[in-house]
Design a binder for this molecule. Structure first.
Ligand SMILES: C[S@@+](CC[C@H](N)C(=O)[O-])C[C@H]1O[C@@H](n2cnc3c(N)ncnc32)[C@H](O)[C@@H]1O
Length: 268
């Protein structure tokens, strides 16, 4: 785990990442499939929340999933085993010191990783080094600046901004989704295509109200209560009101919107 990493491994975060992944499978992954026999590196697999979907959608691909956190790799192994998946190899490794020869993978996939890194272009360049010419990279990131909701609330917006600020102080970037095109360009990838994926939630979609608004987004902001208060970004009363207002958007007349960005590019 790098010092620039905000979310850190813990059981509650593990659960949140699993909830997030299962809610967003269709939206984020419907167009990610790799051919039979192709080799895929999943970088920053965490607790394996996306790994299971990747492997299920591409049963003939040989997937190598790595994470810098040994504890996360242990959890990912459990998730993969529980899903009965046998085309995934898991190992602890750092994106910045990859233990693979150059051009050893057909494709690279990473999801919700760049936002935590102080050197995203260097990470993309390191990953490019292990992709074969003509191979692809797929990157998925969120962008907290794309968050808006009804009823609107200054408290809720400020609580969300605490996450942006804390991540920036840890030298990450919670607004990175909008920057995928320039980052991939800087890292030297070609044929870059970015596809925004908007999550729109109202009470006609109870599974998204539960799985996204409450268990993914509001839970994430609730999870940074302690560091937000400790760093004086908001008062306790204001922060708690912000959290209450975020959950308020999950009620019958509430609406919640968020946009993820999915980029695919080619190593020429
Ligand atoms: C928010 S989690 C996302 C995990 C998973 N991709 C998902 O979508 O559920 C980010 C992951 O990136 C990993 N990570 C951070 N820096 C890394 C590095 N330098 N090399 C490999 N993994 C890294 C963290 O340990 C963490 O598990």
């Amino acid at each position: 785990m790098t010092s620039t990493y905000v979310h850190g491994y813990d059981p509650r975060e593990n659960r949140r990442l699993q909830d997030q992944a299962s809610t967003l499978v269709e939206l984020l992954h419907w167009d990610t499939t790799y051919p039979e026999g192709s080799s895929v590196l999943e970088a920053g697999c965490g607790v394996g929340a996306q790994t299971v979907t990747l492997a299920t959608n591409s049963p003939g691909a040989l997937i190598t999933s790595i994470d810098v956190s040994a504890a996360s790799v242990v959890e990912a192994k459990k998730a993969v085993q529980a899903a009965g998946i046998n085309n995934v190899t898991l190992r602890q490794a750092d994106i910045f010191h990859l233990p693979f020869p150059p051009e050893s993978f057909d494709h690279v996939f990473l999801c919700f990783v760049l936002e935590h890194l102080s050197q995203p272009v260097e990470a993309l360049s390191a990953l490019k080094y292990v992709v074969k010419p003509g191979g692809t990279i797929t990157v998925i990131e969120g962008d907290h600046g794309s968050t808006y909701f009804h009823p609107d609330s200054d408290y809720a917006r400020r609580a969300v901004h605490c996450q942006v600020e804390l991540q920036a102080r840890a030298r990450g970037n919670a607004l990175i989704g909008r920057a995928l095109y320039p980052l991939l360009t800087k890292a030297g990838f070609g044929e870059i295509h970015v596809s925004p994926r908007m999550v729109y939630v109202d009470s006609s979609k109870p599974e998204l109200v539960e799985g996204f608004t409450k268990k993914t987004f509001a839970a994430m902001i609730e999870g940074i209560r302690k560091p937000s208060l400790e760093s004086g970004l908001m008062s306790e009363v204001d922060f708690d009101r912000g959290i209450a207002d975020l959950y308020r958007t999950a009620e019958a007349d509430g609406v919640f919107c968020y946009t993820f960005f999915k980029a695919r590019a080619v190593k020429n």
